[in-house]
Structures are given as C-alpha cells and as structure tokens.
Design a protein around this ligand. Structure first.
Ligand SMILES: [Fe+2]
Length: 358
C-alpha cells in the first residue's frame, strides 16, 4: 500500500514532577521548551509540555504529561526509548554530558552498525542519542550543548513487544512501513520518503511483563505519526477499519493538530496526526514559543482554576524571551476557531478544585 504516514509527529511520555521534567529535557537533553499547555482530556489539570528542536519541527517533538498522581509500570507493549539524532562523532560528548548530570546511561552501544547511547530520565523513561551524519535540521543549543553536538530531532523510537508478528503486520499493512533489517532482538521498519524520523525499531522481548497502558509516571503513553491533511486522517481511519482495527478513535481537536488513535496489536497506542494551519506557531511567535502557559480557547474561561492546581515551574534561561523583548501573540491567536471540514471532538472539561480531594 502507499503510506499515508510521513514520519513521526510526536512522542508522548508521562514523567513525574513538572520541574524535574523541564530540567531533564532542557538542561540534560538540550531541548527547546516549545509549548506549555495542559492535557485536553479529563477534569484534572495536568501540564502538557512540548519539547523540540530550534524550529519546533514535526518529528522533533516530545510531549510530556507530568503525571505524579500515579506511577505507571514500564514493560512490553510500550514505547521503550525515544531516539534522537546527533552528528557523527558526538557520542563521547554525550557520554560525558550525561555523566556530569548524573543521568544513568548505557555507555556506547551499537545497533544496525550505528553508535548510540541510552540514558535514563529521572522518572525512569529512556532516551537515546544516535549518530546520523545526514540530519540537517536546526538544533536548539544551550550554554553547555553547542551546535556541533546538539540533537537534531527524532531518529525514531524503540517499541518493546513480546511477539513481533502482529505488530509487524500492523506497521506494514496498516501504516505502510517496510521492514529493512534485523539486528539481534531488534527488527527495523522505515516509512518511505526522505523526511527525518522515519525509523521504528521493534525490540522483541518475549519474557518481558506487559507494561501499563493508562497515564502513569515513568511510562511512555503513545507515539504519533504525521499525515499530511485531515483527509489523510480520515483515509487512515478507513484503512484501520478495513483491516479490522475497529477501535480507531474519533478525530480529536488538539488545537495545534487533529488526532486519531488506535491500540496496536503489540499493545502500543498509536496516534495519527494532521497539522492545522500554523501548527505550533498559531498562538505564539517563533521567538516566544513555550514561554507562557497557553490554553485552548475552550478552556480559557477556567484558567484560574487550572493554574491554581498546577505545580509552579521555573523555565530555564534559554527558554525565556530575550531580555528587552516583549512576546507578542501570533497573528490570529485570539481569532475564533475556524470551522473544520471534518467532524471533530473536543472534551469540555470542568476543572473544579473540589475534585482534587477525591
Ligand atoms: Fe499525542
């Protein structure tokens, strides 16, 4: 089949504490905080942080729900590692850098002939840096992480499954990936095209206990793949249904993009995402991305109740507006929601403080 999928759009993780997560992603991994918002499902305010490269490219965005309310259980049937590309020769820097920050790491390893290093987020989540010389995306840099070593965006992700067969068929038949190799317990899949972030490695772990599926600290929640348009999202839903994956969700309005979810056979939740015009820039200018807490318009009237229940955070210096500048709202930020050509679902939450005592 011709794939509707272009590359990874984002990867969504559940860390624990909000500040701990910001510190790891910005100071240790050197990511740009590109969006501060909240979970758009449910009635309990949970931060939703987006981290990415300098341009907030699709395919560089890790999104995090700091979910200190409940621990999750890492295991099979989950995304087990988020993989970033770094320039050739950068691995020794990252080994020293992780050590300096006390981030537990694997030491240098190799998979499919490429060097990589795996490190642990304080909540237990795993991230990798993988050498890839051809990635020309624009990195975010910090005082400690210069352009010659900084991450460019996603290489892809590692998914842990007990049995590869049905998961492989899902990637090939439902998503249009092709299998490109096997290296020990890793089976590699690639979606056709030229964009970065098109690689998925299934890590076959037959003995690994299945992990939890809901939100829970220390676990990955889902992986999202980019499709070009809303129409492609509808077509992808039809592909799922034709193949018998009838639990594909309705199409949800995530303000910056539209989303549709399905539980894949190995247990991993898979989202497909179509960007809306403006994407991450629709409510912030490029310079001020991630510098203030933004809510979708249908949550704005509850801002006070939401903010009062969130952990106070400090955004690192590099992720604040430059001294002497005043962040301006992007053109169209306050304009009413445009009608969509496709039916969309929005959850109308009630952020009642009393619910916190349940
Ligand atoms: Fe998502």
């Amino acid at each position: 089949m011709k794939s509707l999928i272009q590359n990874v759009h984002h990867i969504t993780l559940c860390p624990g504490g909000a500040q701990q997560d910001i510190d790891f992603f910005t100071k240790v991994l050197g990511q740009r905080l590109v969006k501060q918002t909240v979970l758009m499902d449910g009635n309990i305010p949970i931060y939703h942080f987006y981290y990415g490269n300098a341009d907030a490219d699709v395919g560089s965005i890790a999104t995090c729900f700091p979910y200190s309310r409940k621990p999750g259980r890492a295991g099979s049937g989950q995304l087990s590692s988020t993989s970033y590309t770094v320039p050739s020769g950068a691995i020794p820097f990252w080994k020293d850098h992780f050590d300096r920050h006390g981030a537990e790491n694997s030491g240098v390893q190799e998979r499919f002939g490429t060097k990589y290093l795996r490190a642990r987020h304080p909540a237990g989540l795993l991230v990798e840096v993988i050498e890839e010389r051809s990635d020309t995306r624009n990195p975010w840099t910090t005082t400690r992480i210069s352009r010659d070593v900084a991450t460019r965006g996603f290489f892809g992700a590692v998914l842990s499954v007990r049995d590869p067969r049905e998961q492989e068929s899902f990637f090939v038949d439902a998503l249009g990936f092709r299998k490109v190799g096997v290296d020990g317990p890793y089976h590699r899949f690639e979606v056709p095209g030229t964009r970065a972030g098109r690689i998925i490695d299934l890590h076959i772990e037959p003995e690994r206990t299945p992990g939890s599926w809901g939100f829970g600290a220390g676990t990955a929640h889902h992986i999202a793949f980019n499709v070009e348009t809303d129409d492609a999202l509808l077509k992808q839903k039809a592909v799922y249904e034709e193949l018998g994956y009838t639990d594909a969700s309705e199409i949800k309005d995530r303000f910056y993009f539209h989303s549709m979810y399905v539980r894949s056979p190995g247990g991993i939740l898979v989202e497909c995402t179509a960007n809306v015009p403006g994407g991450f820039y629709k409510d912030e200018t490029p310079e001020s991305l991630g510098t203030s807490l933004l809510l979708p318009p249908w949550f704005e009237d509850q801002r006070e109740a939401i903010v009062s229940q969130l952990e106070p955070i400090t955004v690192p210096e590099e992720n604040r507006p430059k001294a002497g500048t005043t962040p301006k709202a992007a053109v169209g930020a306050q304009s009413p929601q445009q009608d969509s050509a496709i039916p969309l679902s929005r959850y109308k939450a009630t952020f009642d403080v009393d619910k916190q005592t349940r």
